[in-house]
Design a protein around this ligand. Structure first.
Ligand code: PEP
Length: 250
């Protein structure tokens, strides 16, 4: 049996800090119109900025597209100015939360332990954390890719089998994010296979491992042909409905 056959593909957009009421409405209308025929093969989702989650919920609630946030607080409630809790995301129908995106790790000092705590908070609220990992260019050039990924994943895997069985992992080499430079399918597959081995050691064969980093319609098919790539986390290209839908169709 092809072990990938029970992992439904997942294509998730990360809008980052882009959009506005008008642009979002048009983007979602176009996505809604094109997504229906893809839903049997692929789960589609978008991660929107916090202020627009209400808009996304109201516009996508009767569509095949699910939605989530780009971050989540590790804390339940209280004196955490500027943070957004898991319970608040549940109020707006979020199914997903990105945790440990490289931009948060680099610009907001999120450590591997903080990322794991955020994953735990999401799981406790019934939200699926999409745990982002990836090495910098310097780390890649120093041959440290697999060691970095294992280090980043360590505290998440330490949450235990039950927790790990409910996560999604996104491998996003930092040097490929927003740069137009994509990992080759073989490069990505090597890392995905290592991640898969760690997951399998915790009986989590079914956990989806997404690739992210300048995924476009014209490189998606070759990445998705790899046995351990179960979909994509898409930044820039997720802001263009036709491009995003063509990635999902791949
Ligand atoms: C991302 O931000 O998660 C990402 C993959 O961005 P891009 O597709 O623009 O490289």
């Amino acid at each position: 049996m092809n072990t990938a056959s029970f992992r439904k593909r997942l294509v998730m957009g990360n809008w980052k800090m882009n959009g506005g009421l008008e642009a979002n409405a048009k983007l979602m209308a176009d996505l809604h119109a094109g997504a229906g025929i893809l839903a049997d093969h692929c789960t589609l989702a978008v991660c929107a900025p916090f202020p627009y989650l209400a808009q996304v919920q109201s516009q996508l609630q009767n569509s095949v597209i699910s939605w989530g946030a780009q971050d989540i607080s590790a804390h339940k409630a209280g004196a955490y100015t500027g943070e957004v809790s898991a319970a608040m995301l549940v109020d707006f129908g979020c199914s997903w939360a990105l945790v440990g995106h490289s931009e948060r790790r680099a610009m907001h000092g999120e450590t591997d332990d903080v990322v794991a705590a955020k994953a735990r908070a999401a799981l406790d609220a019934g939200i699926t954390p999409v745990v982002c990992v990836g090495e910098t260019l310097a780390e890649q050039e120093a041959g440290q890719t697999l060691a970095v990924i294992q280090r980043q994943l360590g505290p998440v895997l330490a949450l235990g089998k039950e927790a790990v069985s409910k996560i999604v992992v996104a491998y996003e080499p930092v040097w490929a994010i927003g740069t137009g430079r994509t990992a080759t399918p073989a490069q990505a597959q090597e890392v995905h296979a290592a991640i898969r081995a760690s997951l399998t050691s915790l009986d989590a064969h079914h956990v989806r491992v997404l690739y992210g980093g300048s995924v476009k319609a014209d490189n998606a098919a070759s990445l998705f042909a790899m046995p351990d790539i179960d979909g994509a986390l898409v930044g820039g290209a997720s802001l263009v409905a036709d491009e995003f839908l063509r990635i999902a169709a791949a």
